[in-house]
Design a binder for this molecule. Sequence first.
Ligand code: 4NP
Length: 171
Amino acid sequence: MKSSTEAALAAMTYPRRILFVCLGNICRSPAAEGVMRKIVSEHHDDANWIIDSAGTGRYHIGDLPDRRMRAHAVRRDLHLTHICRQVRESDFDDFDLIVAMDANNERDLRDLAPTPEAQAKIVQMSEFVRDTFSRYDYIPDPYYEGAEGFELVLDLLQSGCAELYRMLSKR
Ligand code: 4NP
């Protein structure tokens, strides 16, 4: 893990305020939001967490998550109900950790971040992914992929969110 990521985690207070970000906000980031919410809820820890997601793009504002992502998620008992929205500058005040799914999302977030403090909140999801999936250095966009692309995203997110929870629930 990058030292800048460790610093971002160490700077977090309670409640934990996390925003997951991808391009469309209909596949990867709403799935990350759903996975994280489920982990937190299973630990009866909801009161300590504020979890949301947003997209750098504006193609799908107002939409539910992609129907394919919802179908794959339901098989893991994840019910994705997020309504798509675009990232806004105030997100850098409203959240303490902004988790990008890939390098393009990270670059777009860095273009938007108004201050050095805001920049310091931006990290990549792949930094938290463990074990058999740790070879992935980004969360691949499943939008133009088949079923295996969606399953892979959910596997990566379940690994990464479990690690994020482990690291942030013990401070
Ligand atoms: P996401 O996937 O970034 O994981 O939500 C995408 C969804 C839609 C588009 C691109 C990526 N799109 O271009 O419409």
